[in-house]
Design a protein around this ligand. Structure first.
Ligand SMILES: [Ca+2]
Ligand SMILES: [Ca+2]
Length: 88
């Protein structure tokens, strides 16, 4: 763990040992975030023309709201919001 052998373990040395190469860790996390957003964009771009129109944007928001409104009462309470976001 003490890569530079100075008899101390720096934060970077600790993290590198715990998570592998630090840059690789952040690159992997960034790649996962990119893939998630790419998936979201593709889902919102219903007609697959490479842009999200205002109609597609509001339709995605409406769908998102409907998914969150678990008891279909037209309101999203904090419990439903957390449930949809998988916070439990
Ligand atoms: Ca579109
Ligand atoms: Ca509700």
């Amino acid at each position: 763990m003490d890569v530079n052998e100075d008899d101390q373990i720096s934060f970077d040395e600790f993290m590198a040992a715990r998570m592998g190469n630090r840059e690789a860790f952040f690159e992997k996390r960034q790649a996962a975030r990119y893939a998630t957003n790419e998936f979201l964009f593709d889902k919102m771009d219903a007609d697959e023309d490479g842009v999200i129109s205002k109609i597609e944007f509001f339709e995605a928001a409406r769908q998102h709201f409907s998914e969150a409104d678990a008891n279909a009462d037209g309101k999203v309470v904090p419990f439903e919001f957390r449930l949809q976001r998988g916070i439990f």
